[in-house]
Design a binder for this molecule. Structure first.
Ligand code: NAD
Ligand code: ZN
Ligand code: ZN
Length: 346
């Protein structure tokens, strides 16, 4: 089969032919219908080889959806032909976190050498994908896989971040979304679907700010050194109750800290290497700073349910498998609006 692989440290991903995978005991073979292109892949491909933590080549793609093509020995209750979304943050399934559904925080994954597909295990940017266990599949039902595959990360990650702050997202509150890209433009829709908060979106690109307004942001602000001041002006000097930073660069974490009000939540989702220093009085009193990773299995079920109600819709640009390297190039150059999705059959 054909697959998109990161093969050489520092080099662009390549489309190659690899052996067709076969499901072993307990495994499921998916025929991939769609695979999303996440900015984290670019972060991974920017790491020095000795920081990767897994060997190359790596088939990319940690947002995946597809139909069940075959099941290995002992797999029951998984119907051949059913359309499934892949729950990506694979864990051991048995530890304290995994048994709560929070496999994103598996206590034993590192020790056991368990990696998410596309981030250590072979990923979804291929014609077929091996799923290690049936619990890592969530039925999509009637949801279109191309339109909704990115909910497995670009939906699940913001959903998890938002749920952590729900008590603060009351009417009259303000939430700042920094970075209206793949994750950010879904975050805006989830905030509108789940809460009564007012949403102020920040980005460096006018196209993204336009998308942010179209998907429900009440206000948009160009992300520069004066952004925090503008947010204060828009909130009568109070600042925001919640800041979700989907860039996480030093410039945006600085904006996040400066835009936060008293008892705010600052949530750094982006991998941009920025930090928020916490000391007495700064950021404002009683502010919480956190950096979540992905989300739980239960939350993926919930995000797909929101999509089924038509309350979230990913802005998708499609590419073929052969065009996947181009999709990464465009994402790196800031030329994707919404999410790039690879469609192997296209
Ligand atoms: P993306 O490229 O689709 O979106 C990033 C957006 O940020 C773009 O619209 C870009 O114009 C904007 N941007 C860039 N610099 C900015 C700045 N200084 N101020 C405001 N906006 C700026 O990326 P994505 O796939 O949505 O991923 C977003 C980030 O989240 C990445 O760092 C990614 O690695 C990370 N991520 C984290 C998790 C997690 O579990 N913590 C999960 C998925 C992705
Ligand atoms: Zn991702
Ligand atoms: Zn575990």
């Amino acid at each position: 089969m054909r697959a998109v692989q990161y093969r050489t440290p520092g080099a662009a991903p390549e489309v190659v032919t690899v052996p067709d995978p076969e499901p072993g005991p307990g495994q499921i073979l998916l025929k991939v219908a769609a695979a999303g292109v996440c900015h984290s892949d670019i972060a991974v491909m920017s790491l020095p080889a000795d920081h990767l933590g897994f060997p190359l080549p790596l088939t990319l793609g940690h947002e995946g959806a597809g139909t069940v093509a075959a099941v290995g020995a002992g797999v029951e209750g998984v119907e051949i032909g059913a359309m499934m979304a892949v729950y990506g943050p694979w864990g051991c399934g048995r530890c304290r976190m995994c048994t709560r559904g929070a496999e994103n925080y598996c206590l034993r994954a590192a020790e056991l050498g368990i990696f998410p597909p596309g981030l250590g295990a072979p990923g979804a940017m291929a014609e077929y994908l091996i799923i290690d266990d049936a619990r890592h599949l969530v039925p999509m039902g009637e949801l279109d896989p191309v339109q909704n595959v990115s909910l497995t990360d670009a939906g699940l990650t913001p959903y998890h971040a938002i749920t952590l702050s729900l008590p603060k997202l009351v009417p009259g509150s303000t939430t700042v979304v920094i970075g209206a890209g793949g994750l950010g433009h879904v975050a805006i829709q989830l905030l509108r679907a789940m809460t009564a908060t007012r949403v102020i979106a920040l980005d460096v690109s006018e196209d993204r700010l336009d998308l942010a307004r179209r998907v429900g942001a009440h206000d948009t602000v160009l992300s520069d050194a004066s952004a925090a001041e503008k947010i204060r002006a828009l909130t009568d000097g109070e600042g925001a109750q919640v800041v979700l930073d989907f860039v996480g660069a030093p410039a945006t974490t600085a904006t996040a800290a400066a835009a936060a009000g008293i008892a705010a939540d600052i949530t750094v989702v982006g991998l941009g290497g920025g930090t928020v220093a916490v000391g007495f009085g700064s950021p404002p009193y009683e502010t919480t700073v956190r950096s979540p990773y992905w989300g739980t299995r239960t939350e993926l079920i919930e995000v797909l349910e929101i999509a089924r109600r038509g309350e979230v819709s990913v802005h998708v640009e499609t590419f073929t498998l052969d065009e996947a390297p181009l999709a990464y190039e465009r994402l790196h150059a800031g030329q994707i609006t919404g999410r790039a999705v690879i469609v192997p059959d296209a």
